[in-house]
Every structure is written in C-alpha cells, then in structure tokens.
Design a protein around this ligand. Sequence first.
Ligand code: B12
Ligand code: SF4
Length: 480
Amino acid sequence: MRKKFLLVNVPTYESAYHSFQDFIAMVPPIGLTSIAAVIENMGYEVKILDATAENLTFAQTLKKTVAESPDYVGATTMTATMDIIGEYFSQLRIRLPDVITFVGGPHASAVPEKTLEQFSGIDIAVIGEGEETITELMPVLENGDTPDKVKGVAFRKDNQIILTEQRPPIHDLGKLPMPAYHLLNFRLYRSYGWNAWVNGYRSPLGVVFMGRGCFGKCNFCAAHSVFGRGLRFFPPERIKTEIDLLMANYRPRILYFQDDTFTANRKMVNIVCDYMIEKGYTRRVEIMVSSRVDVMHLPSLKKMRKAGVRWICFGVESGSQPILDRMNKNTTIGQIRAAFTMAREAGLHVAGNYMIGHVDETWETAMETINLACELKQEYASFAIALPFPGSELYQYCLDNEVPLPSWAGFGSVNSPPIPLNKDLPQEKLLELRMIAVNRFFKRPTYLLGLLRKFRPSIVVKDFLNMYFAIRKERRAKRI
Ligand code: B12
Ligand code: SF4
C-alpha cells in the first residue's frame, strides 16, 4: 500500500486577522503544492489540507488530520503562525505517536534549531527551498536512517538537534514539476477585497511565479531565509505551460504574479506579457504584480497594461530618506515619485505599502511617510508597523540590542500589539501613528471621490462600510 503524506496549512486567519479576515486574500499555498508535486512523483499518496482556506477550527483540523491516518505530516510556517503550528504538532503527536512530522517555510528556515527546541511534536525542519531536500530525505527516512547527509535539514538524534550542511538555492528551476494544483479546491481562494473594485471579481484566483528570490537587501525582509540572495527565473516555456494549465483548468478571473520584483527583468516581462496577449488571456484575467520602485521602465509598464496587468504594488516603506537608508532599501524618494508617475502614465492602478516604526524612526519621519502616502496618487495603501521577523537583519539587530520580543504569535502584523524598535516610539505612539495614517489616507474626500469615479461605486461603498464595521468591532475588542 502506498504511504500517505498529508501537507497542512494550519488555520491561522482567525487569530491573525479577526474581523479583517474577509478583506484579506486567500492565496493558494504554492510552497505546499510544489512540495506535494514532488512527493506525488515519488509514489506517495498525497493530500493537502488547507485548513485556513476551508475555514476549519484548530480542533476540526486535528480531527481531519487524524482521520486521514497519514504516515507523514508536513506544514508550512511563518513566524506569526509558528505557535499555532507547534501546538498542532504537539496535539497530533498525542493522537498519532508514530507519525513523522515536518515543517518548512520562512520561519522554520530562519530558525530551524530553535523550532525543534521549542516544539517537541516536530521531527524535521526543512530549510530553504524544499523540493530537492524532500526528494533526498524520503528514501533515507524510509530506510529508517537519520538524514545526517541530507543538506538543508535540522532533526533530532540521541536527544540532540543536528543541523546538516547548508543547501544552495535550486539552480535550475525548470526541473521542478508543476505545482499540484489538482490537490486544492480552487473555489476557496480569493483576491484582496480591493482587487474587486475594478471588475467585481475576487475569484477564481490563480497564482504564478516567474522566478524566485529578490536582488534587494532590505533589512526587515525575511524572504531570503527561503530563497537565498539574488533572483532566479523559471524557463519561459515552463511559465507559459503553467499559465496555460491554470487558464484551462481553473479559469481564474484574477491572477497574481507573486514575484517580489516582477519588473526586475525586462526580457522576462516582455516574454510573459507577449504570451498573455498572444493567447488572448488578457480579455479574461485581471493581473496584479509587485515590484520595487527602482526597476521601472515605462515601455514595459505599458506592455504590462496591454497584457492585463491592472494593479502594481510597490514597497515604498518610508517617506524619509534617512529611514529608507536605515532600512537598506536602496531606493530614493525621487525614484518613488518617478515610479508612481510612470505606473499612472501606463494606466495601472497603484497600491503602496508603507512601514512605520523602523529603527531610528521618529514621530517626524513617520509623518513624512504619511504625508508622502497622501501626496502620491494611488488607489490603495497599507500601513504596517515594522516587525523584526526571524531571517531578517532586523531580527538580529533586536537580539544584539536586547530589544524585548514577544512570543511568535506576537509577530502577526494586523492586530497584535506593535513591537517597539526604539524608545522614541512606544506601542501607544506606533498605534497612534498607524491610526493617523489610515484616517488621513482613506478619509480624504478627493481620494474617495476618485475611487467612486474610477471603479464600481457599489463595490467600493460596500467595502468601505464593511471596513468601518470591522474597525468598530476590533476597537470594541480593544485589539486596535
Ligand atoms: C503569498 C504570501 C502570503 C499570502 C499567503 C501565503 C500562502 N498561502 O502561502 C498571505 C497574503 C495570506 C500572506 C500573509 C502573511 N505574510 Co506572507 N508572503 C507571501 C509571499 C509573497 C509568497 C509566499 C510563496 O508562495 N512563496 C513561494 C513558495 C514556493 O515558497 P514557500 O512558500 O516559502 O515554500 C518553499 C519553502 O519554504 C519550502 N516549504 C514551505 N513549506 C513547506 C512545508 C514542508 C513540509 C516542506 C518539506 C517544505 C516547505 O519549500 C517550498 C518550495 O521550495 C512571501 C514572500 C516570498 N517571497 O516567499 C511572503 C512571506 C512568506 N509573508 C510574510 C509575512 C510576514 C506575512 C504576514 C505575517 C504579514 C501580515 N501582513 O500579516 C501574514 C501572515 C498570515 C497568517 N497569519 O497566516 C513573510 C514571512 C516572514 C516570516 N518569517 O514569517 C514573507 C517571507 C515576506 C517577507 N518578505 O518577509 N503572505
Ligand atoms: S524588495 Fe521586497 S522582497 Fe526584495 S529584499 Fe526588499 S522587501 Fe524583500
């Protein structure tokens, strides 16, 4: 009989987002589908339990897991979700004592030894990209051996935690199988609420990557713990096949190119956009991409608009040059302004991501950020309070400077209390600044009128009303 491998996305939306859950995107777990495809090819019976998307409770997730009687269970981890995942594996161990358990993802990759130290229900942490590692790991485990020679894992042996040699990033992404989309229930995924302002659709939502990694070195970013430094691309033919597969089988109305810096490589942008146009997909999908402001090129942006890109998200972060420099963002206020101007000229809707409370931030520099956000023309903005995620340089800074850190569950960014990174801005001030940012940005009459003119007014109004009630609920619960 084939052995069973269950991959789980443990339910975290309730604890992370509370009343704001409905506004957040529910994105297919691409990491798990990629791992699933590899394990399926090895002959295992594989299932994905996306308990977040299925809106299961913690207890229901455990029950469903046990009902599958799996031989192996793996979960993907972010810092904010680690405590819940650790508890899930402890509970699972009581119910299924012989199951072999794995974690992967950004948190486990950043602090693998700590993860095993803290959570006794977890047997193995896979560090970085997991496809090659799991391919080598499974035969070793089937033989009853310990994976001392498998690069990129942490595991227990004789009551000790062993960390094996580092595994380099996957050189040839073309050899990876297509993500196992067939294991997901695509009906459960949806875009962010504001994506629907354009044409009313939030689903079906498809996700594609042109590549992995980023050339940036922002010191608050934790993505490098999985992908290493630098940017690698999938071969164009493979990207085209993946797009065809998604379009034919799942007929998405919204497509996220989930790359951190979509516009980093103009040649790739051209290839992908030309393909979308050639195949006529442009008529059906509305595309969202993210990028950095220092890799903007007007002709490429115009091509993207032609190819169906409607939204571009920029990591603006700060309106203060010294703070941008302190973040090692390596961008300038001038580049930010130019990027917004170009995106608008190309006819794209812009969403800006801003960050308050980085090291050395003062009330004044945060106000510069809020002023810049209100000044730049954009359809949406999000204001996060800086968080020192393990895997980022900011985390190391906090350790070195003895900045008090909460348990992992305190690293969600929406409703958990802020983590002050300097003495000038304690929790109350950070919350006050975020409230000022949200109020000043979203309550501008010109902004609201602009949205009503540009988008579907009924959807915009409904969204703002729902947000108003969600904020009231969160205030009553004293979470914001
Ligand atoms: C899409 C995305 C989301 C989606 C959903 C993620 C999902 N369903 O997969 C949404 C929008 C919901 C989201 C939310 C958040 N996100 Co997010 N997100 C991403 C993003 C952009 C892409 C993730 C992805 O698909 N990567 C591609 C796949 C291939 O990589 P992967 O998932 O890491 O998987 C690989 C390996 O990690 C490993 N692996 C992963 N899982 C497993 C499991 C097993 C068993 C094995 C063997 C291997 C393995 O193998 C995979 C293949 O190589 C990343 C940035 C990035 N570049 O990755 C940030 C990122 C993961 N998010 C991040 C953060 C901080 C958050 C939030 C806390 C932010 C917030 N505003 O609240 C929330 C937390 C949500 C919650 N509480 O549940 C951080 C995580 C840092 C950290 N240490 O936690 C990242 C790295 C961004 C960053 N630049 O720092 N996110
Ligand atoms: S540009 Fe984005 S993905 Fe790249 S290092 Fe900076 S924050 Fe991370």
